[in-house]
Design a protein around this ligand. Structure first.
Ligand SMILES: *[C@@H]1O[C@H](CO)[C@@H](O)[C@H](O)[C@H]1NC(C)=O
Length: 441
C-alpha cells in the first residue's frame, strides 16, 4: 500500500501548497488594496473582476495543445473518422491494392487524408466532464513504437499528439522503431523469445512491477487503434507468448493460467533461461508480492484439486456446462450446454469452499438461480470476505447431483425443442441421469 500512502501525502502536500498560495495571495491583495484605499470602491471591484477573468483565461490556456488543428472540413476525406471512398482509375486502383498488400491497411487512401483531420471524441462522459489543474499534473513523454509503419499514419499519429495534448504537459515524443532502441534497457528489453505479439503486454507489466517500476493505467487518456484486416506480419501466437510470461514471472500461480487454458500446457515456449537470469540479476520480487502489493483486489482462485475444470453432463454425455456472455456484458447470458471441447475458457468452472460455482477466466462470476426462475444466471461474486447470498450457494452431492438449497432444486440437462442441449432447474431426482454431473479430470 506504499503507492496509496504516497498519493495521500501528495494530496496533503497539495492542500498545504494551495493553502499557502491562497494566504500569500490574500496578503498581497490586502496590502495592494490598502495602498489604493483612497480609490473608489467601484474601481477596486472592477480590478478584482478583471483579475478573476485573467485567471480563468490562463487556466484555459494551459489546456492548449502545441499546434492548433485547423477547423474541420466536412468535405475532406476521413474527417471525423468517417469512412472515405475514392473514385479511382485502374492505375490508381492498382496502387491502392499494392498499399493494402504491403501494410494491410489502405495507405493509398490514408495518404489523401489530412494529417490534421478531426476524430470524434469518444471518451465517456465522466472523462469529458473532468477538469484538470494542469499546474499540478506531471509532464509526460509519449512513446510511439512502430514497425513497418507507413509515413502518413505515423505522421498523423504524431500530429494528433501535438494537436490534442496540452502543450504544458507534453515533454517529448519518442519514436521507437521496432523496440530495437535502448529506452527500456534498465528493466531489460522486450522479451525476444516472444513471437510477433500477444502476451508481451502482460510480460512487460509483470516485469516492470516485480522489478521495481510502476505502470499506470489512465482510463481517461485515450489512444486510437486502426485494426488492419490482417496482420502485416506472421500470425500472432498469444498462447505461446502468454505461457512464456507465466513461466518466467508467475511462479506457482501459473497453474491458475494453465487450468483455464489447458492447451497452453502443450505450448513450446522456448528457452527462458535469459529471462530468468534477468529476473535474478534485477532481484525482482516474486508473483506473490505482486498480487499482495500491486493487485490486492484481485481474487486468487482456490482451484482445489478435483473441483475445477469442465463439468460434463452424464445425461447428454457429449456436452459440458458452458457460459458464453456477450462482449462488454459479462452477466448477460444464461448457463447452458455445449459440446465438451477441453479448451477451458467458456467451459471452465470452479467450485469453491464457500460453495459457489464460479466462472472466473476473466472476472469473478457466480452461478445463481433468480427467485422463481428455472434458468441459471451469472452475477458478480461477492467481495472476498463479504457475505455470500443464499442463491449463489450450491452443493455438489455425493450422488452426483448439483443441488441448489435456496430453490430446493437440482441442475438438470435437457434438450430444447430444436434439439440443442441446455440446462434448467428441476425437482431433484438422482435416478435421472440428466441431473448427474462430474468435473472432468
Ligand atoms: C426420476 O427419474 C427416473 C429416471 O428418469 C424416472 O423413471 C422417475 O419417474 C423419476 N421420478 C420422479 C419422481 O419424477
Amino acid at each position: 500500500m506504499r503507492i496509496r500512502l504516497r498519493k495521500c501525502s501528495l494530496i496533503v502536500k497539495t492542500f498545504i501548497l494551495v493553502g499557502l498560495f491562497m494566504i500569500t495571495y490574500m496578503v498581497v491583495e490586502l496590502s495592494v488594496s490598502s495602498f489604493s484605499s483612497l480609490e473608489k470602491e467601484d474601481h477596486t471591484r472592477n480590478r478584482w473582476e478583471r483579475d478573476l477573468h485573467a485567471t480563468e483565461e490562463k487556466v484555459e490556456d494551459l489546456s492548449r495543445p502545441l499546434y492548433i488543428k485547423p477547423p474541420p472540413n466536412p468535405n475532406a476525406p476521413g474527417e471525423w473518422g468517417k469512412a472515405a471512398h475514392l473514385q479511382l482509375n485502374s492505375a490508381e486502383k492498382k496502387m491502392q491494392e499494392e498499399s493494402i498488400e504491403k501494410y494491410a491497411i489502405n495507405i493509398y487512401l490514408s495518404d489523401q487524408i489530412s494529417l490534421h483531420r478531426h476524430i470524434q471524441d469518444n471518451r465517456m462522459y465522466e472523462c469529458k466532464s473532468k477538469t484538470y489543474n494542469h499546474r499540478k499534473l506531471p509532464t509526460t513523454s509519449v512513446v510511439i513504437a512502430f514497425y513497418n509503419e507507413a509515413m502518413s499514419t505515423l505522421l498523423r499519429t504524431i500530429h494528433s499528439v501535438l494537436e490534442t495534448s496540452p502543450a504544458v504537459l507534453l515533454r517529448e515524443i519518442i519514436l521507437v522503431d521496432d523496440f530495437s532502441d535502448k529506452d527500456f534497457e534498465y528493466l531489460g528489453t522486450y522479451d525476444m523469445g516472444m513471437e510477433v505479439w500477444g502476451g508481451e503486454n502482460l510480460e512487460l507489466s509483470f516485469r516492470v512491477w516485480q522489478c521495481g517500476g510502476t505502470l499506470e493505467i489512465h482510463p481517461c487518456s485515450h489512444v486510437g487503434h486502426v485494426f488492419p484486416k490482417k496482420a502485416p506480419y506472421a500470425r500472432p501466437n498469444f498462447l505461446q507468448n502468454t505461457a512464456r510470461a507465466a513461466e518466467v514471472w508467475m511462479d506457482d500461480y501459473k497453474e491458475h493460467f494453465y487450468n483455464r487454458n489447458p492447451p497452453a500446457r502443450k505450448e513450446k515456449y522456448g528457452d527462458i533461461s535469459d529471462r530468468k537470469i534477468l529476473r535474478e540479476r534485477l532481484q525482482c520480487k516474486n508473483f506473490d508480492w505482486y498480487l499482495r502489493n500491486v493487485f490486492p483486489d484481485l481474487h486468487v482462485p482456490e482451484d482445489r484439486p478435483g473441483w475445477h475444470g469442465a463439468v460434463r453432463s452424464l445425461g447428454i454425455t457429449s456436452e459440458c456446462l458452458d457460459y458464453n456472455a456477450p462482449d462488454h456484458n459479462p452477466t448477460g447470458a444464461h448457463l447452458s450446454l455445449f459440446g465438451c471441447h477441453g479448451q477451458g475458457g467458456n467451459q471452465f468452472f470452479e467450485y469453491t469452499t464457500k460453495r459457489e460455482i464460479r466462472f472466473n477466466s476473466v472476472t469473478e462470476l457466480c452461478a445463481e438461480v433468480p427467485e422463481h426462475q428455472t434458468y441459471i444466471g451469472m452475477r458478480h461474486c461477492p467481495k472476498d470476505g463479504g457475505p455470500v447470498p443464499q442463491n449463489i450457494i450450491w452443493e455438489f452431492r455425493l450422488d452426483g447431483t448439483i443441488y441448489h438449497p435456496n430453490s430446493d432444486k437440482c441442475l438438470s440437462s435437457y434438450r430444447t425443442s430444436e434439439g440443442r442441449g441446455d440446462v434448467q432447474m428441476q425437482l431433484c431426482n438422482a435416478s435421472d441421469k440428466n441431473q448427474l454431473w462430474k468435473f472432468e479430470r
